[in-house]
Structures are given as structure tokens and as C-alpha cells.
Design a protein around this ligand. Structure first.
Ligand SMILES: Nc1ncnc2c1ncn2[C@@H]1O[C@H](COP(=O)(O)OP(=O)(O)O)[C@@H](O)[C@H]1O
Ligand SMILES: [Mg+2]
Length: 395
């Protein structure tokens, strides 16, 4: 899969990227992009085009059909290659390493980024390639309603939209909320800082109370900024010696969402249940949720009082978000990108984020404490053991 992409990535040249982009663009209008279109688009003579496409097909970046006419579609792997190429051109990354995670709807790779202004050493980052359209039928269905007969384009659209959503919210939250620093986004992919430590689910904490409080504190800050994670659990929290970091944001909602209360409750419940099962720590769900809400209200009032709208929560911190970088594109890509997405009005506007979010939430019975049993207290072999570093001001 993507391993294959990485292997072939190095061998792709600018013509290959042009062909891939031509197919990407063509897929907005054709289920199978005819070779004539690619010829027009790439300005490559047919024999060269044929030769290069055959290679792309062999490398599984592109799929070919002969019925009802000869045409091509891009695979996720081809789309990955386009995003990677954009990141390399923009110097968002300088090298890519191994796959380090596969989520429900993503594939994650380690990468290296050169430091800004050449200060300090290389920065370990990850690339999150979204895979929404492939795995989430519901989202695809939802997207389909909006793009009509362009169904063939829906996975590109769903994955790209999810990445944009996630990147935008991360820029809003960082650094107020403890999350990995977002660096860049292109198509369905995001470059962000490597999270510190290990996943909460795979860790045995020696000071669980501190970590639980710290996670809840982050949920509170997030809520006070008008955001609810909506997929919070031990699988989306990193813990290290000195901090916790919340990851995986594309499904976030705002408190105006019709099911906001249940969703916030579910987020908090997932965390409380984890700490109860694994460490026997008991916290009352309703009280904990009420505390989060109260605090958020308090901080909203404080803000109103001491800064007339200026420091409104949720404004993007300019220093952390290089807009230019975000939009900057390699010369080859510029015309494609503009033609491809910007001019299209089916993007963000025609897609109702609200209904997308609502779909994501399936009313689940929140587990009550009495249903729960604590787990074995023995640390599993695969678990990392982490304890809070002594000197910290976070306590
Ligand atoms: N910034 C990061 N640093 C290190 N590992 C990460 C990072 N982001 C994601 N991962 C790893 O990839 C997995 C999937 O990422 P996640 O953002 O949770 O996507 P999904 O929606 O697919 O669950 C995570 O469980 C984690 O193991
Ligand atoms: Mg996840």
C-alpha cells in the first residue's frame, strides 16, 4: 500500500506527477479519465504518455479500465504521492520514514522536517494521510448527496475535507490546548509534530490521578474555546513524562451542535471509564461534565469583561499559522490546484458540516460505573510505564 508508494515515490519524475494531477483533476468530471484528456492536460505525446501511465498502473498508483473506453482513476496511493510531493517541494518535510500507525481512518508515517531558520536540529514530525472515503461509508454517502453524479470523486473529497477540517481546528487550538503542533496540509494529508510519549491505551501510568486531571483540564480549555473533541478516548490521547496531548480532531463539534451535551458526556465518560477500569479511580461523570461546563462559562465571562472581543477564544494565533506556507504551492501544482478545487463551489460551502457531524455520532449507551469492572493491575508486557516527572508546575 503506502509502503509501495514510498518505494516508487523516489522514482517518480515531474511528468509522472503531471499525469497523476491530470487524473486527479479529470476525476471531477469523468469516472474514468480518458487518455485524450491527459494528453491535453500534460501535453505529453501519446507514446510517452502511454509508457509512463503503464508504469503508474504497475506501481499501483493508478488504475486502468478498457470498458467502455480506455480510462484511468487515481488510487489513494497516487493521491498520497501527490501530497508527499507537495510537502517535499514546500520543504514541509525533508525525509519520510516508517509507518507508525494505522487508525480507523488514516495511515500515519514518521517524517523529518528541517528546523525553521535553521535553528536547532531536525524536527520529528508525522504525516497523517486521511482515508475517510475508503473506510467510512456513511461519510461517503453524505458526500455523495452533495456531489451528485461525481461519486467516483467522493473519496478524494471526503478525505481532503477531513484533513482540511482537522488542520484548521488544530491551528485554532494550538498552542492553547496541548496538541501536536500542526505544520502543513495538502490534499488529504497533514504534517504535524510527533506526539510525545505513547498512547494512553498502551501505557501504564504510575501517577494516574495527575494524568486524569491533566486530560480533563485540556478538555476544559478546549470546551472554553467552543470546541468538543467528539472522539476522545484512550486511543486519542498521548501521555509522556511531562504532558498529555490530544490527537485526532476531524470530527470535532461545537456546543451549538444538537447533540453537543451527549457527545461531551461521551468524551468524558470514555476517559473516566478508562481510568476506572485500569486504575480504579472513581469520578462522577455528571459532576465532572458540570465542572467542565462551569469553568468554560466562567472563562467566557472573564474574557468578555477584560477584553472587548479582541482576545476572543478561538482566533488563530498568527505566529503559529503561516498562512503563506499553507497556500504556497510548487510551480507545477499551482494551475492544477486552482483549477481543481478553488474554482469549484462544491467545496466547503455545499457541504453541511453539521449534518456530517451528526452522522458521525451514533447515540450509544454511556456506560455507567456499576457496569464496570477494573482490569488486572498487572502491567502488560507491551505497555510502556510512564511516571510524572517530579519538577513540574502543572500540578
Ligand atoms: N502526532 C502524532 N504523533 C505520533 N503518533 C500519532 C500522531 N498522530 C497519530 N498518531 C498515531 O496514529 C494513530 C492514528 O491516528 P489518529 O489521528 O488517531 O487517526 P484515526 O482517525 O485514524 O484514529 C494514532 O492512534 C497514533 O498511534
Ligand atoms: Mg484515532
Amino acid at each position: 500500500m503506502i509502503d509501495q508508494t514510498l518505494r516508487v515515490f523516489k522514482e517518480l519524475n515531474s511528468k509522472d506527477f503531471r499525469i497523476l494531477t491530470g487524473i486527479e483533476i479529470g476525476m471531477k468530471h469523468f469516472e474514468w479519465v480518458p487518455i485524450d484528456e491527459l494528453n491535453k492536460y500534460t501535453k505529453l505525446p501519446f507514446d510517452k504518455l502511454e509508457y509512463r501511465i503503464r508504469k503508474l498502473v504497475l506501481d499501483k498508483l493508478v488504475v486502468r479500465t478498457t470498458q467502455p473506453y480506455e480510462g484511468f482513476q487515481i488510487y489513494f496511493e497516487g493521491y498520497d504521492a501527490l501530497a508527499l510531493n507537495a510537502f517535499v517541494k514546500k520543504k514541509s518535510i525533508s525525509a519520510i520514514g516508517d509507518e507508525i500507525g494505522v487508525g480507523k481512518e488514516s495511515v500515519i508515517f514518521e517524517a523529518i522536517r528541517q528546523p525553521e531558520l535553521a535553528i536547532g536540529g531536525p524536527v520529528p514530525v508525522i504525516i497523517k494521510f486521511h482515508r475517510e472515503g475508503r473506510t467510512s461509508f456513511k461519510q461517503v454517502k453524505r458526500v455523495r448527496e452533495h456531489i451528485g453524479d461525481r461519486e467516483h470523486f467522493s473519496w478524494i473529497y471526503a478525505a481532503r475535507l477531513a484533513a482540511q477540517r482537522e488542520y484548521e481546528i488544530m491551528n485554532k487550538l494550538y498552542p492553547k490546548v496541548s496538541i501536536p503542533k500542526p505544520y502543513d496540509q495538502n490534499r488529504h494529508a497533514i504534517v504535524m509534530e510527533l506526539a510525545k510519549g505513547s498512547l494512553l491505551s498502551k501505557t501504564r501510568l504510575l501517577d494516574p490521578e495527575w494524568y486524569l486531571d491533566e486530560i480533563l483540564r485540556q478538555v476544559k480549555i478546549t470546551y472554553s474555546m467552543g470546541i468538543i473533541h467528539a472522539d476522545l478516548s484512550e486511543y486519542n490521547v498521548f501521555v509522556s513524562e511531562d504532558c498529555v496531548q490530544l490527537i485526532d480532531w476531524p470530527q470535532y463539534i461545537t456546543p451549538e451542535h444538537p447533540q453537543a451535551d451527549e457527545i461531551l458526556e461521551r468524551d468524558v465518560s470514555n476517559i473516566l471509564v478508562h481510568f476506572y477500569r485500569k486504575y480504579g479511580i472513581k469520578r462522577e461523570l455528571n459532576e465532572t461534565v458540570a465542572e467542565i461546563k462551569n469553568e468554560a462559562e466562567k472563562s467566557a465571562e472573564d474574557k468578555k469583561e477584560d477584553a472587548e472581543g479582541r482576545s476572543e477564544s478561538g482566533t488563530v494565533n498568527k505566529g503559529d499559522f503561516e498562512e503563506e506556507d499553507f497556500e504556497e504551492k510548487g510551480p507545477e501544482e499551482e494551475d492544477f490546484e486552482a483549477e481543481n478545487f478553488e474554482a469549484e463551489n462544491f467545496e466547503a460551502e455545499s457541504f453541511e458540516a453539521e449534518s456530517f457531524e451528526a452522522e458521525n455520532f451514533e447515540a450509544e449507551d454511556l456506560e455507567t460505573e456499576k457496569d464496570l469492572e477494573t482490569e488486572d493491575f498487572e502491567a502488560k508486557d507491551s505497555e510502556k510505564i510512564i511516571s510524572k516527572k517530579e519538577s513540574s508546575d502543572k500540578d
